[in-house]
Design a protein around this ligand. Structure first.
Ligand code: ATP
Length: 342
């Protein structure tokens, strides 16, 4: 992302959307529908199936840099290559993955990686028994009742995506136990999905030809806690992303917060300086949050000369959670580094 000077001719989709209220309201309604539809079997915000239009992040800024990265992702997906998006925290991976998924026009299935993801969380499981009675009145005047218990099977995100030919966006997949991903490997290698807990002929699902996967992972965690199997990683093309160029970051912050362009420029410039200065990840999300803080704590100016005290306080609050548990001295040290940088 960084270093691409092509961001000048830009298209700010978020703003266009904002101007077009009716369309936005339509999307909201769809998002709401998708959210409701996803509530069955909901685990940690996973969504079994959503309309592609409903998953486009709002606002979504589309400079040339953003669009060219997104085209790279959709290009690989067109070539039937699953994509692994790797980059630092808060650089825009999730927004990019969802935008690329939406661009395909296929339904989107969303999954969050964490310790609790196991094979069942991916492919589905039996969700208790359904009890019902059958009445046999074959002999007149005699009612023979039979109680039947039928196991109810509930598919989870991977099964739904494989069956429907959806784009699976698997966020922070490296946080999950690698063993859970054996089923994903067989989907990619053999074109079939085994649902181990399921009985009967439909235990195995054929993978729909339009099924695609986008994984996202944090570049630090990716090699970290759970080392994922090479056999799986080798199946993916890896698109490494970094923080966007300054112009794109300004557009993104401006789309999220109502501040003058000059104030946004100051906040983004400060964010980028702190990114170089501090030994912690200072993402675009931090810039957006800081801008919200400046707006709320009356730091806003029209010409970019934001009150230094407000700017220091705001950035300290925004970045303090990253040194949580390290004590007051460290927060003071953080505050003075921020003050010096500003
Ligand atoms: N193109 C964009 N247009 C508008 N907002 C964006 C864009 N890209 C990123 N953002 C915003 O920047 C913030 C960080 O983006 P996002 O959550 O996608 O990052 P991430 O790399 O997935 O972060 P994490 O690793 O923490 O999950 C979010 O608030 C998101 O809305």
């Amino acid at each position: 992302m960084a270093g691409d000077s092509s961001s000048r001719k830009r298209k700010v989709r978020g703003r266009k959307i904002r101007r077009d209220r009716e369309r936005k309201e339509g999307r909201r309604a769809k998002k709401e529908l998708a959210r409701k539809a996803s509530q069955a079997g909901d685990r940690n915000g996973d969504s079994p199936l959503a309309d592609p239009e409903a998953v486009v992040p709002e606002p979504f800024v589309e400079t040339d840099t953003v669009a060219s990265l997104r085209d790279r992702i959709t290009g690989w997906l067109d070539a039937d290559q699953p994509v692994h998006l790797i980059g630092p925290t808060g650089c825009g991976k999730t927004a990019l993955a969802l935008s690329a998924a939406a661009e395909r026009g296929r339904p989107v299935v969303w999954l969050n990686g964490d310790e609790a993801v196991d094979t069942a969380a991916l492919v589905g499981e039996h969700a208790g028994g359904e009890r019902y009675e059958e009445h046999d009145r074959y002999v007149s005047g005699v009612d023979k009742k039979t109680q039947i218990v039928r196991q109810r099977w509930v598919d989870n995100p991977l099964s739904v995506a494989v069956r429907e030919g959806a784009t699976l966006v698997y966020n922070e997949f490296s946080r999950s136990d690698p063993e859970a991903h054996n089923v994903l490997l067989s989907v990619l290698e053999e074109g079939v999905l085994e649902r181990p807990g399921k009985r009967g002929d439909d235990r195995t699902l054929e993978v729909h030809p339009d099924f695609r996967v986008i994984l996202t992972s944090n570049d630090v965690e990716y090699a970290g806690v759970h080392r994922q199997q090479d056999a799986l990683l080798d199946r993916f093309v890896g698109v490494h992303v970094d923080f966007y160029d300054e112009e794109t970051e300004r557009e993104i912050v401006a789309a999220h917060v109502d501040l003058s362009d000059d104030d946004v420029a100051t906040i983004v410039a400060t964010t980028r300086k702190l990114r170089d200065e501090l030994e912690m990840v200072v993402g675009t999300r931090a810039a957006i949050t800081a801008a919200k803080g400046v707006a709320v704590f009356d730091g806003a100016s029209e010409n970019g000369t934001i009150d230094e005290q407000v700017l220091t306080d705001v950035f300290t609050d925004v970045l303090a959670p990253k040194i949580a548990g390290q004590g007051v001295d460290d927060v003071d040290a953080l505050r003075s580094t921020i003050a010096e940088t500003i």
